[in-house]
Design a protein around this ligand. Structure first.
Ligand code: ZN
Length: 444
């Protein structure tokens, strides 16, 4: 089926264009061209008229833990390790596959409403089966967003038992899921050895090998908190985190590190020189008082940076438009330099860089990419003022836009959210199920 999207303005390859339309067939963008040309050549296409709207790429969330949406508001304002013990470790073992499903519908639904069309879920509540993984996959399908399941490989004995697998189990489970869904344009399964504090070096090596076998990237938390760096230095002859990972041969173009807060300048150089990538989660780093990643050095070193919300109980908003704003503001105040990260860089991190990191044709409005976009209401007060030259459009999008300006959210040509209401799973159904689960959890 052919579709024509006809916005007033379109964000195409770094520029805002007037009078362009988007032709879509079977969920993929076929052409971006003058509206009159497209309308006269494709009179039979289903038409979406978007007057006073900007068509903007759907945003890409490169790091999330969907089940954590159920824990939002619990143990807020505590240090990382206290938050981990009082929120995460206390409640996560109590979640059934059905709870995980509703947690993910809740997370993905809320994100979709805020313009996220592809999300990477770093998932580790395995409980000795694939039921949880399948629940997350089902939730993404039901909400209608694209998913990269970063299937976590975890063998640290100090964590709840349900997180843990042996190395052969973790490899086999990840490989079998990846094979099962190999042909899906909606879904990718990638290995994700959790971190240096929660996965053994052999588990990390196995994750890296598996990524090579499956020809995909692998995700790993690195240097989120000083305690991880101190532990690594103590147990590995003074080596820092990236130094240790480099010494075992896993720092390469497949590596996506999450956070990277406590890295030495030389480690950032190594990461960039080897083609490594960064999932940057500025709000979560602020919420948990982790510290500030040196984004300026990351950019200088050539590290591709995408944005992640992280889990909703360490943010606590899960919007990538929000992270664009936060990334820029946090870097400005950290460096005392208003030019350290600009709005164009913020937009790239929240859209096309995310597509590069997740290895999906998303985050860009161009032929061959998936038809994932959002329409922004240009008449919303938070987008004003707008002059004819459109110079303020992108700064307003990054720094002043409020969620109510996000009108339609389209994934693969399908309308997933409209004026704040999900079109796939009703908002009210989500609220009722989340409430039911929380009543049970907090009464135990
Ligand atoms: Zn994380």
């Amino acid at each position: 089926m052919k579709q024509l999207f006809l916005p007033e303005l379109t964000y195409v390859q770094g520029k805002v264009e007037r009078g362009q339309g988007i032709l879509v067939e079977d969920g993929v963008i076929l052409a971006v061209d003058a509206k009159e040309t497209l309308v006269s050549a494709h009179a039979d296409a289903q038409r979406f008229d978007w007057p006073k709207r900007l068509a903007f790429p759907g945003t890409v969330n490169v790091h999330n833990h969907s089940f954590q949406s159920l824990l939002r508001g619990i143990a807020a304002d505590r240090p990382f390790l206290e938050w981990r013990d009082q929120a995460l470790y206390k409640f996560s073992p109590l979640l059934s596959p059905e709870d995980l499903y509703w947690g993910a519908v809740f997370a993905f639904g809320e994100m979709a409403r805020y313009g996220v069309t592809t999300v990477s879920d770093f998932f580790y509540l395995h409980n000795d089966s694939l039921e949880g993984d399948e629940a997350i996959i089902r939730a993404a399908k039901d909400v209608g967003v694209r998913l990269v399941l970063a299937r976590t490989m975890y063998d640290w004995a100090g964590a709840p038992e349900g997180y843990r697998e042996t190395i052969p189990q973790a490899v086999e489970n990840t490989r079998s899921l990846a094979k099962k869904y190999a042909d899906s344009p909606w879904l990718r399964i990638v290995p994700a050895p959790h971190s240096l504090h929660a996965a053994s070096l052999d588990m990390i090596r196995a994750g890296h090998r598996l990524a090579k076998d499956l020809d995909c990237n692998f995700h790993i938390h690195v240097a989120e908190e000083p305690f991880e760096v101190e532990e690594v230095k103590r147990t590995h002859k003074g080596l820092h985190t990236i130094e240790l990972l480099d010494s075992i041969g896993v720092v390469d173009e497949r590596m996506v590190i999450v956070h990277g807060v406590w890295l030495k300048p030389e480690e950032i150089q190594t990461l960039g020189a080897h083609g490594g990538k960064l999932a940057y989660c500025p709000s979560s780093n602020m919420f948990l008082a982790d510290g500030v990643t040196d984004l300026v050095a990351m950019h200088k070193a050539g590290v591709v940076v995408g944005l992640g919300s992280d889990g909703a109980c360490s943010n606590n908003r899960i919007s990538i438009f929000e992270e664009m704003r936060m990334a820029s503001l946090l870097q400005k105040v950290h460096t005392c330099n208003a030019m350290s990260v600009n709005y164009n860089q913020a937009v790239a991190m929240g859209t096309e860089n995310g597509g590069t990191i997740l290895q999906m044709p998303v985050g860009t409005i161009a032929p061959g990419y998936n038809a994932d976009f959002v329409s922004i209401d240009l008449a919303d007060l938070s987008m004003q003022p707008l002059s004819g030259s459109l110079e303020q459009l992108l700064p307003n999008l990054v720094y002043s836009m409020q969620p109510n300006a996000i009108d339609s959210v389209v994934v693969g040509g399908r309308l997933v959210s409209k004026r704040g209401e999900l079109q796939t799973v009703p908002n009210q159904t989500i609220t009722q199920n989340v409430q039911r689960i929380l009543e049970r959890l907090t009464s135990i």
